[in-house]
Design a protein around this ligand. Structure first.
Ligand code: PBG
Length: 332
């Protein structure tokens, strides 16, 4: 008779389970996203994301100090500007909200790693991540026609203005073809050899971005983003995007969203020898918040399970709106 293989032996006690944990989530794995607005003493709640706020720079500084003291080393900044136009000029204004915020944060809290989102959607009046081509009809409900190459010029201006302000990492997220290449060339031409590029390489046209669009005021005014973000039926296409970005000079690649895309994270990690970041997006956050408010599930335990799973799939770092809370939980 065959003996029973007793796999439960290693699960018997809390300490055994601890030392045999294959994946461990650490505070330094976390990146905290922030929405920054003009003005003073502003802490504006975002309806669809309980616990997340839009901050003016003064209040943001206090927040960053808090999370830095908890052991979080990196933030991702999104500007929510007051002015919008058809080509998102405000996004590369030297006195734009992100540029000002980066300068002040760098002066006050030197060690925090500042990542800036490089995109147009909160800066354009039509809410798309690129410039509309002249054939695009603002009134129509179909997908817009985006002028890819005209958008590239603007993206490189934005990235350069962020680098000049002191950003450590720029994160192009508009999903235009060639965005990493032009940004790397522009940064290098201006002497910013050390500014890192974290590309939103595998960014899907996802239904999980709704709460973010409320926060960043970046809803597309017509049509959708399916002509530039990846079709969620596809995995191989995402791998081509990642490969392309690495060839163009990306230092770090990202998969976004995270929870419904663990297969993508795993494949990217397996196939490419480069740091992989996963973005645990707004809809993933709001979903759990809504359920835990109704006491259907225990927020802390669910969040730790999800984040550990994202790491187990292969993410080196995770962008998450829970970063601060998780840091507190992990310290308990
Ligand atoms: C687009 C962008 C999006 C997010 C961050 N930057 C998606 C979009 O609106 O298409 C979503 C992040 C989130 O949902 O948390 N530049």
């Amino acid at each position: 008779m065959e003996i029973i293989k007793r796999l439960r032996r290693l699960r018997k006690t809390e300490t055994l389970r601890k030392i045999f944990s294959e994946t461990k989530l650490s505070i330094s794995d976390l990146i905290m996203p922030y929405f920054v607005v003009e003005g003073k003493n502003i802490k504006e709640p975002i309806k669809s994301m309980p616990g997340i706020f839009r901050y003016s720079i003064d209040n943001l500084l206090n927040e960053i100090e808090d999370i830095y003291n908890l052991g979080i080393f990196a933030i991702l900044l999104f500007g929510v500007p007051e002015k919008k136009d058809d080509s998102g000029k405000n996004a590369y204004d030297k006195n734009g909200i992100v540029q000002k915020a980066v300068k002040i944060i760098k002066k006050e809290i030197q060690d925090i790693i500042i990542i800036t989102d490089v995109c147009l959607c909160s800066y354009t009046n039509h809410g798309h991540c690129g410039i509309l081509s002249s054939t695009s009809n603002f009134q129509s409900s179909v997908s817009p026609v985006i002028d890819n190459d005209a958008t590239l010029e603007i993206l490189s201006e934005i990235a350069l203005s962020h680098a000049e302000s002191g950003a450590d990492i720029v994160a192009p997220s508009s999903m235009m073809d060639g965005q990493v290449k032009i940004i790397r060339e522009t940064l290098d031409k201006n002497g910013f050899f050390d500014v890192i590029i974290m590309s939103y390489s595998a960014k899907y046209a996802s239904n999980f971005y709704g709460p973010f669009r409320e926060a960043a005021n970046s809803f597309p005014k017509f049509g959708d983003r399916k002509s530039y973000q990846i079709n969620y039926h596809n995995l191989k296409e995402a791998l081509r995007e990642v490969e392309q970005d690495i060839n163009e000079g990306a230092d770090i690649v990202m998969v976004k969203p995270a929870l419904a895309y663990l297969d993508v994270i795993m494949m990217v990690k397996e196939k490419f020898n480069i740091p992989v970041v996963a973005y645990n997006v707004s809809g993933e956050y709001s979903m759990i918040k809504a359920a835990s408010e109704k006491e259907y599930l225990d927020e802390k335990n669910v969040v730790l399970e999800i984040l550990t799973s994202i790491k187990r799939a292969g993410a080196d770092l995770i962008i998450t709106y829970w970063a601060k809370e998780i840091a507190k939980w992990l310290k308990e």
